[in-house]
Design a protein around this ligand. Structure first.
Ligand code: 5RP
Length: 294
């Protein structure tokens, strides 16, 4: 018996026998064997054309309270979000201040536990996978204090987040700690970033260092995004971004050097020019001044 909807169909013939099947993937370092959901989330964070990202970080309040530039996130940060590829924030600020219309991938701060008033980096997992999924996070950020007094606990935090992220296809961003006792040279940063990647972080955030940053990138099997750190003059912050990208970083995850700039809107656009258009620091700074004055 012929089923009614099986009759009169066009015979399938467009098999493209002379064309290899596409091997589409994010093309990001180390990602070839990830599952579809994981790759999809990464592809939202990293621009598919440049395979790089500009992340706007404004999670500082979870350790620093109402940081300069973040007093009113609705006024200072929300207007910048359209220029970012991804936003990095806490669940508290996401729910209270970030409008749904922003519609950007979120790197959700998931570790918590101490502030600058006591002992930094004494953290646990503050946000679990369930709330991360409820918030539709594209990535979960966990701080890890390699070489510091909380090394073991923070590595456990990372492993726990990677474990649940892998179960549901959510990448984990391993964040190398800020800490007075930690030296920011290539030897330390190369060590710390490698340990985070070995423990399963799909993306690692770290700091730029003047000598040997290319070896830090080369030794890390997953993409590295670079934090800006304390506020620098705008020209210097763009130089830092340029050097990091030029030496292989896959993105910039910048906070204070954007939202504490004289013109945050011009600054984030100048950082975009460095990351996505390979602009050198000098021309990005000219662009910054033109945007600010224009
Ligand atoms: C705070 C963070 C920040 O997101 C990170 O340090 C990026 O911001 P900045 O460019 O201001 O350093 O992880 O804990």
């Amino acid at each position: 018996m012929i089923m009614a909807d099986a009759s009169g169909n066009i015979e399938p013939a467009q098999f493209g026998l002379d064309k290899p099947a596409s091997q589409s993937a994010t093309g990001l370092k180390g990602s070839a064997h990830y599952d579809w959901g994981m790759q999809d989330r990464l592809a939202r964070i990293f621009d598919p054309k440049t395979r790089r990202t500009v992340m706007l970080a404004f999670d500082h309040g979870y350790i620093m309270g109402p940081t300069s530039g973040l007093e009113r996130i609705d006024l200072s940060i929300v207007p910048l979000i359209e220029h970012a590829d991804c936003i990095m924030c806490t669940r508290g600020v996401l729910r209270s201040c970030v409008p749904l219309r922003c519609n950007k991938p979120v790197a959700l701060r998931c570790s918590a536990g101490s502030t600058v008033l006591t002992e930094l980096n004494d953290e646990c997992i503050g946000v679990g996978i369930e709330d991360a999924l409820r918030l539709n996070a594209s990535m979960m950020a966990v701080m890890v204090g390699i070489g510091g007094p909380h090394e073991a606990q923070t590595i456990r935090n990372l492993c726990q987040m990677v474990e649940s992220g892998n179960r549901y296809g959510v990448p984990t961003l391993g964040v190398t700690a800020v800490g007075r006792e930690l030296t920011r040279d290539a030897r330390y940063l190369g060590f710390a970033t490698r340990v985070l990647a070995e423990n399963g972080a799909q993306v690692v955030k770290t700091y730029y260092c003047d000598d040997g940053f290319d070896t830090v990138v080369a030794g890390c099997p997953v993409p590295i995004v670079v934090a800006g750190g304390k506020k620098l003059p705008e020209r210097e912050a763009l130089e830092l971004a340029y050097r990091a990208i030029d030496q292989g970083a896959s993105g910039i995850d910048m906070g204070r050097n954007i939202f504490q700039a004289e013109s945050p809107r011009a600054m984030i656009q100048a950082v975009r020019a460095v990351v996505h258009d390979n602009a050198r620091a000098e021309s990005a700074f000219e662009y910054y001044r033109d945007e600010m004055n224009g």
